[in-house]
Design a binder for this molecule. Structure first.
Ligand code: FAD
Length: 400
């Protein structure tokens, strides 16, 4: 089988299949560590506990643990209104609600594992051309520099991101909804210790997430309106910090220094189906979400874990229609649940109609007072239903 795209999700799938006996070719256009590598860039990713368990199963968590900042509590608020909610790990009987890890560290851990694996074929940098998908298999060429190689595979996995070339070649439609927001991302130093609290603050211009990275270092994801993004990006550090402070408030101390800013236009992209003839889409190729709830990679990692499990359990053809249908059915509830949850948050908190603000603040207050609602949210990290991948339950991809 071939996996196109060795970003966060494609590299995770390849790592999950090491030692499974599956012959796997991984093609990635941009080497890990190159400045143009867009998956393992300057961002930080909030990993849920299920993702931590999957990474433990892939043998990469031990490399990441020292870099992972635990989230001990999550504080959700609506700017200028009374409602707020707090979710505390200890109250849920767990050590952390999740962990914040720099994407580059995740890339180093995953690619370190892939490069040491004797049973993987890697083509990096590799460009896929001339994809032909038929009932019996998939054919394409891989161009690496001056070299060109003809490939045939019984399954092609599209892990090539939101603008997936493989998704188009397979004729799978994708619905794209533009949020008309841009995420401006940077690391920010504070003068106060953070105590592992992650903040989600909904403002009229868009949500603002402030995640703990180290004792006095924060990861900021500031979603602003698209028509305001150029101005926000052009601010000098002092003015940017002042505006961030005005929007966020003082709960995380005084923001004293800002790192380099990067920006990401925000859209919801949903493939009509995650499978087609001899093709599976995982991660952003299947669904690319707003980062408001930090769910996109966590969801994509569960795609990868479940696909690895289904393939490892089948001794035969990894692209057999029945196998692909089983994968799609098992992932359906989680995919649609997380997508609706994330999209719903953006729309609910972006709605300024009279009464909606009041309602959501009552919602936050009720949420804060209702332990079962909080426990349900704490379980978001396991997915929104359907079978939970073995790796996420702390089991190997298949029994020995
Ligand atoms: C600002 C921001 C913050 C986020 N924070 C979080 C968070 O805290 N938690 C969370 O769970 N999610 C988060 N996400 C979402 C997360 O980043 C994505 O879900 C994740 O990157 C998806 O990984 P992917 O491998 O599917 O796709 P990508 O990251 O897009 O990787 C695709 C890979 O495929 C390669 N590629 C593309 N085309 C080809 C081709 N034709 N041939 C070969 N290779 C190709 C690319 O070079 C790249 O390496 C965030 C997103 C944003 C924008």
């Amino acid at each position: 089988m071939s996996v196109v795209g060795g970003g966060m999700v494609g590299a995770s799938l390849a790592a999950a299949l090491i030692g499974s006996g599956v012959r796997l070719l991984l093609i990635e256009a941009v080497p890990f560590g190159a400045s143009t590598q867009a998956s393992f860039d300057e961002r930080n990713t909030a990993l849920g506990n299920a993702s931590r368990r999957i990474f433990e199963g892939l043998g990469v968590w031990e490399t990441l643990a020292g870099e992972a900042a635990p989230i001990r509590a999550i504080h959700v608020s609506d700017a200028g209104r009374f409602g707020s909610a707090r979710l505390v790990a200890e109250e849920q009987g767990i050590d952390a609600l999740g962990y914040v890890v720099p994407n580059r560290r995740i890339g180093a851990a995953l690619w370190g594992r892939l490069e040491r694996a004797a049973d993987l074929l890697l083509r990096v940098p590799g460009q896929v051309e001339g994809v032909a998908i038929e009932a019996g298999g998939v054919r394409f060429d891989v161009a690496s520099g001056a070299e060109r190689e003809a490939v045939t595979a019984r399954l092609v996995v599209a892990a090539d991101g939101a603008h997936s070339q493989i998704r188009s070649a397979a004729g799978i439609e994708a619905a794209v909804e533009d949020y008309e927001q841009v995420a401006v991302v940077a690391n920010v130093a504070s003068d106060a210790p953070q105590g592992g609290i992650a903040y989600e603050r909904f403002t009229p211009a868009g949500p603002l997430a402030v995640l703990p990275l180290a004792e006095r270092l924060l990861s900021v994801i500031w979603a602003c309106r698209r028509d305001d993004a150029a101005r926000v990006l052009a601010l000098d550090d002092a003015n940017w910090l002042a505006e961030l402070q005005a929007r966020f408030g003082w709960r995380a101390g005084r923001f004293v220094r800002a790192g380099r800013r990067a920006s990401y236009p925000l859209k919801l992209t949903r493939a009509a189906s995650p499978v087609a003839t001899r093709t599976v889409l995982i991660g952003n190729a299947a669904q690319a979400l707003h980062p408001v709830a930090g769910q996109g990679f966590n969801l994509g990692l569960r795609d990868a874990a479940m696909l690895a499990e289904v393939i490892a359990a089948s001794a035969g053809d990894p692209g057999a229609p029945a196998l692909l249908e089983r994968f799609a059915a098992w992932r359906a509830r989680d995919r649609s649940g997380v997508t609706r949850f994330t999209d719903g948050l953006v729309r609910l908190f972006g709605d300024e109609r009279f009464g909606v603000g009041l309602l959501r603040n009552l919602g936050l207050l009720l949420f804060d007072l209702t332990p079962p609602a909080k426990s349900a949210l704490a379980r978001v990290s396991l997915g929104f239903g359907g079978p939970v991948p073995r790796l996420a339950r702390g089991l190997p991809v298949r029994d020995a």
